[in-house]
Design a protein around this ligand. Structure first.
Ligand code: PLP
Length: 505
């Protein structure tokens, strides 16, 4: 059998044109020239011109099989029973699409794990990474490095209020770890309040802050975390009938929780500005401002987790901008550089930065502000500004995704709720619209999850890669997706929802 490397060489040769094009393969639709609006401004150095070899995927099932075999033999995957998974071998990706080694192409409605906010392989960001690699691939965190300084400046320019200092991490979970550590040291208090129906990361403290089943196996019951209910009208814990009631009752519940926990024990309240994996529940007007007031009243640090909602996803640079709220600490990752190189961070207010003005901050990372990751962040932020990516997310969210999803909901009885903003949407699938019984039970697996599995298979057969969590599918395409791509996604969702409808009563 050929080694993976030999197979890859053969694959490259095929891509240079000796391998026949598969007739009518969907991958043939990939244009050699990316859409104009994404690549129209000059930067130095110019991005390498797209070539046939880089951009035209050629089916090569033999390489795909070898990639898959090595994966199955040696890769240990996140959150999975290792023998029960069947990862797709991916041959390449461009813009809003990726494709496998059999020549099947998918429109990625997941943006990876909601991080490719400018799509895959944006040439300006690829060029910036290449240039940084040639100039200074890495450097220790104690030094002032151009890419790091510039990334921090560009991020701080966009964060709300006085969140002007940036502590860089490797991703979202460690950003949450450090935000909580800063809050505890700043207040001298131990407890953290966070919401049920939330996700804050897979490391020990972050997963204990998380308010969904991913916490359970690692719940030490000693992490100093108390969970409360945040507003969510569709499945209200407060028997509310309006957003106003839900907002007022959720705030009253939070303040009562603090009173009974003891305000002087609470270091931080942490919330996803718009909860993501847990269901894309856009908070009602006034809720986050109310939490801000409660934090101020009791001297509690307000942490907003923008790891998923930040960097254009909601049609604003940060979701906090939608609500005109400034937290004391804000975590970010994912979209900061479209996930091209691992990067996350905490944006820190003046007061908390001051706590560590003369006293050392007891925390750090070998790769804090890694030059390659920061160069990718600088280029991503520049691309987003030059190409109007945030505006694109806001406009197409309002003009295409929302009306498209509402029209699907009107025709498909399996759609119980449509909610979201920008390029951040969820469809809640139900067995029965009246009772709102979820299409599958909470945290279902195996046979109990069959309806969502059938929906997922139908979506893939229709050419989209769907984001599925419990009884929901999320529509979270790249923030620079085009109107035509979104319409293609809606058409495929239409076909997949017809399968979900078969499980309704
Ligand atoms: C809101 C939120 N916080 C934190 C994280 C953890 O980020 P990472 O997986 O980069 O550690 C995620 C990941 O999905 C997230 O959505």
């Amino acid at each position: 059998m050929l080694s993976l490397r030999q197979l890859a060489v053969n694959d490259a040769e095929c891509s240079r044109g000796t391998y026949p094009h598969p007739p009518a393969s969907p991958v043939d639709n990939l244009s050699l020239k990316p859409p104009d609006h994404r690549h129209d401004a000059d930067i130095s150095p110019p991005p390498p011109a797209p070539t046939l070899a880089r951009m035209t995927p050629q089916p090569n099932p033999e390489v795909g099989a070898a990639v898959k075999a090595a994966d199955r033999a040696h890769v240990f995957h996140s959150w999975s029973a290792q023998e029960l998974i069947d990862p797709l071998a991916v041959a390449g990706a461009q813009g809003s699409y990726f494709w496998d080694y059999d020549g099947r192409r998918y429109l990625d409605l997941t943006s990876g794990l909601v991080f490719t906010n400018i799509g895959y392989q944006h040439p300006k960001v690829v060029a910036a990474i290449q240039e940084q690699a040639a100039r200074m691939t890495t450097f220790a965190p104690a030094f002032a490095v151009e890419a790091r300084s510039e990334a921090a400046r560009l991020i701080a320019e966009r964060t709300p209020g006085d969140l002007d200092k940036i502590f860089f991490t490797n991703g979202g979970a460690d950003a949450v770890e450090h935000a909580v550590r800063m809050a505890r040291l700043h207040t001298g208090r131990a407890k953290v309040l966070s919401a049920y129906r939330s996700y804050h990361g897979g490391t020990q403290q972050a997963v204990n802050i998380t308010g969904d089943p991913r916490r359970w196996a690692s719940d030490s019951a000693a992490a100093g975390v108390v969970h409360f209910w945040a507003p969510f009208l569709y499945r209200s814990r407060f028997y509310s009938e309006t957003e106003e009631q839900e907002c007022a009752r959720a705030l009253e519940h939070l303040e009562t929780t603090i009173a009974f926990e003891g305000p002087s024990t609470v270091a931080a309240i942490i919330l996803e500005t718009v909860p993501g994996t847990a269901g894309i529940m856009v908070p009602p007007p006034g809720y986050l401002a109310g939490v801000r007031e409660i934090c101020d009243k009791y001297g509690i640090v307000f942490v907003l987790d923008e790891v998923m909602a930040g960097f254009g996803r909601t049609g604003e640079w940060f979701a906090a901008d939608l609500f005109d709220v400034t937290p004391d600490l804000m975590t970010f990752a994912k979209g900061v550089n479209s996930g091209y190189v691992p990067l996350g961070g905490v944006a820190i207010s003046g007061a908390i930065a001051q706590t560590f003005g003369k006293r050392p901050y007891p925390g750090g990372l070998t790769y804090s502000g890694h030059p390659l990751a920061c160069a990718a962040a600088v280029a991503t932020i520049e691309v987003m500004a030059e190409e109007g990516v945030v505006e694109n997310a806001a406009r197409l969210g309002t003009e295409v995704i929302e009306p498209g999803l509402r029209e699907l909901a009107a025709r498909h009885p399996s759609v119980g709720d449509v909610r979201g903003v920008g390029m951040f949407w969820a469809l809640e699938l139900v067995r029965n619209r009246e009772t709102r019984e979820p299409l599958v039970p909470y945290n279902a697996a195996g046979e109990a999850n069959a309806p969502m599995a059938a929906f997922g298979s139908a979506a893939k057969a229709a050419g989209i890669w769907p984001f599925i969590n419990m009884n929901r599918t999320h529509v979270v395409p790249p923030c620079n997706a085009t109107e035509a791509e979104l319409k293609e996604g809606l058409t495929a969702l239409d076909a997949a929802l017809a399968v979900a409808d078969e499980f309704t009563q």
